[in-house]
Write a protein that binds this ligand. Structure first.
Ligand code: DHB
Length: 399
């Protein structure tokens, strides 16, 4: 089998890329290692930047998002027993974000692709990408070897895009001497829960507390999504529902309103998420491209991961369309540099949000005071608040 673009990975970046290519008249094949149910159920973040919403709508995947997505015009910061709202439209000239879970985006894109798109194979395990060289010559086409329905198969591609996440195989196809990795791990994780409980407040709350970070988000009017900072290596089984709710209430506590409590409900899912920053450069080698988590990971604070993956894919789809229309590889050649500028901005913002809001177990009282001063600066300076709001709602996409 032959295709123009072989896409390894059927998460949001692979599926959206396939969609954008299809709409541009470019054929692709998506190979996803897991089954459909797994891909559609895995819980991830739920904040979409305006640019992400715009591209999903333009791609034809905006119908349910427009019905069920919840536009948000700000977030609340809680620290030192106080609350401060960051007003996004006022600070950014009208930008906002949307709450719509990544898993819903995936369901919408899978349905579209299966109804009207190129092949999307689930349980297709890639073993190797052969013929990967620094060269961009047509005769050096890469070949993907994979297993599907118990058979060994090959897919010859003009280009291969690795959308297969941090643990995927594609990044390893870039020779060691070519790749540089930048990495940071954090001395804490998140315990993320879903609960059948209405959110108490219609915006997200990010809380700094000496007990550790907490975040209140939502999935609908009756389902809350909540996160607690926990030590690395935490076993979710050690956190009973009661312990989770008590700890969340303690971290969100307000001096001016000591009666303030979350609404409690049955916890329906509980998982520990590690925190890491990672960037692999370059994001392209010969005819192989990396997009999304295959090339970069951000810690979740600030919800940049999915939006960053979408931005990569927009740049890449434009570059393939440009090649088709003009015969020029100019935009493909610029892909890595174009994406990495945005990637590093998001790396900095995610690091900033993470280290400003979490309690490092080794941190000194001096460092805690610095965090509180930084949060106070955001609460009292429009410039500091606008810096947060611009990054949170998403900087403009590169042209
Ligand atoms: C969510 C996740 C985040 O990491 C974040 O910063 C905000 C919201 C979420 O899952 O809703």
């Amino acid at each position: 089998m032959h295709t123009t673009v072989g896409i390894i990975g059927g998460g949001p970046s692979g599926l959206l890329l396939a969609r954008l290519l299809h709409n541009a008249g470019i054929d692709s094949v998506v190979l996803e290692r897991r089954d459909r149910a797994y891909v559609e159920q895995r819980q991830r973040a739920g904040i979409l930047e305006q640019a992400t919403v715009d591209v999903l709508r333009a791609a034809g995947a905006g119908e349910r998002l427009d019905r069920e997505g919840m536009p948000h015009d700000g977030i609340e910061l809680r620290y030192g027993g106080r609350a401060h709202r960051v007003d996004f439209p006022a600070l950014t000239g009208g930008r906002r974000v949307w709450v719509y879970a990544q898993t819903e985006v995936v369901k919408d894109l899978v349905a579209l692709q299966l109804a009207d798109g190129g092949p999307l194979y689930f349980e297709a395990e890639v073993h190797a990408v052969e013929g990967v060289t620094a060269s961009d010559r047509a005769e050096d086409r890469p070949v993907i070897r994979y297993t599907h329905e118990g058979r060994e198969k090959t897919l010859t591609c003009d280009y291969v895009v690795g959308c297969d996440g941090f643990h995927g195989v594609t990044r390893g196809m870039l020779p060691e001497g070519v790749r540089t990795t930048y990495e940071r791990t954090y001395p804490y994780s998140w315990l993320g829960i879903l609960a059948d409980a209405p959110p108490v407040y219609d915006e997200l709350i990010y809380a700094h507390s000496e007990r550790g970070f907490a975040l209140a988000s939502m999935r609908s009017e009756s389902v809350s999504r909540l996160y607690l900072q926990v030590p690395n290596g935490t076993d979710p089984a050690d956190w009973s529902d009661g312990r989770i709710w008590d700890e969340l209430d303690a971290r969100f506590a307000l001096d001016a309103n000591p009666e303030w409590r979350l609404k409690r409900g049955t916890v329906t899912s509980k998982a520990v998420l590690p925190m890491r920053s990672h960037v692999t450069e370059p994001m392209r080698y010969g005819r192989v491209f990396l997009a999304g988590d295959a090339a970069h990971i951000v810690p979740p604070t600030g919800a940049k991961g999915l939006n960053l993956a979408v931005a990569d894919v927009i740049v890449l789809a434009r570059a393939f369309a440009h090649l088709k229309d003009t015969g020029s590889t100019g935009l493909l050649d610029a892909y890595s540099d174009t994406c990495l500028r945005r990637v590093w901005r998001a790396e900095h913002f995610s690091y900033f949000m993470t280290t400003t809001l979490h309690a490092d177990p080794e941190q000194s009282p001096f460092e805690t005071r610095l965090q509180l001063s930084q949060l106070d600066r955001i609460a009292t300076s429009e410039h500091a608040a606008a810096e947060l709001a611009e990054n949170y709602t998403g900087l403009p996409l590169a042209q």
